[in-house]
Design a protein around this ligand. Structure first.
Ligand code: SF4
Length: 208
């Protein structure tokens, strides 16, 4: 019997990608990201200066008191970098991307099962865009995702994460005052007073 030979897919050797540093992002790459982001329900992706990010100690208070994910999820404190580490990490970047998604289902604030499905979609979408950026030469790109990781129905914390390749910190776990940051970007958001109001997701990718 003849041995079967498995061939690896051929790599396109015509396209050479260099690693980038402090180059920002081109309109073309942004266009590709927006196109891919739409497949995951993201409605806008735009770059901004990292200095617009507001980091504050009080954000951690909101994680510690009043949130069920504290000490219960790998994407949340205290498993994530503390505020001093965060300040150092941010000082190593100059540009970030803001990813915006929204939900305007009438049952959004009631139906936690459907919310998890959407949460997983946004989470996977963000990590997949980060991967795409890596392949475009942005080796420093890393996602800070909206909401706590919901890839598992119940996080394995403190036992080992089941999907470590997709594990990322949340925006809030980085001590980022999201509302203050959006204000710095000229985006005003209002408190939702009605169950049928649109819910917005905001994730960040630290780029270069
Ligand atoms: S992948 Fe699962 S175990 Fe890992 S952080 Fe997310 S929910 Fe927790």
């Amino acid at each position: 019997m003849r041995n079967k030979i498995a061939y690896l897919p051929r790599i396109d050797q015509k396209r050479t990608i260099s690693f980038r540093c402090h180059e920002g992002i081109s309109e073309q790459t942004l266009g590709l990201l927006n196109e891919k982001g739409r497949q995951y329900g993201l409605e806008a992706i735009f770059p901004f200066d990292i200095r617009k990010i507001d980091v504050a100690q009080w954000v951690n208070l909101k994680c510690r008191y009043g949130c069920s994910q504290y000490k219960a999820n790998w994407s949340c404190p205290p498993a994530t970098p503390d505020i001093n580490e965060v300040r150092t990490i941010l000082s190593e970047y100059s540009t970030a991307l803001m990813l915006v998604g929204s939900q305007n289902r009438s049952d959004f604030y009631k139906d936690s099962n459907r919310n998890r499905t959407d949460q997983v979609k946004y989470w996977k979408g963000t990590v997949s865009l980060e991967r795409m950026l890596f392949l475009e030469g942005y080796d420093k790109a890393i996602s800070l995702v909206s909401g706590a990781c919901s890839l598992c129905k119940k996080c394995a914390y403190p036992r080992a994460c089941r999907f470590p390749a997709e594990k990322r910190p949340t925006v809030e776990s980085f001590g980022i005052d999201l509302i203050g940051t959006l204000k710095n970007l000229g985006i005003e958001i209002k408190v939702a007073m009605e169950l049928n109001e649109t819910f917005k997701y905001y994730s960040i990718i630290l780029l270069d």
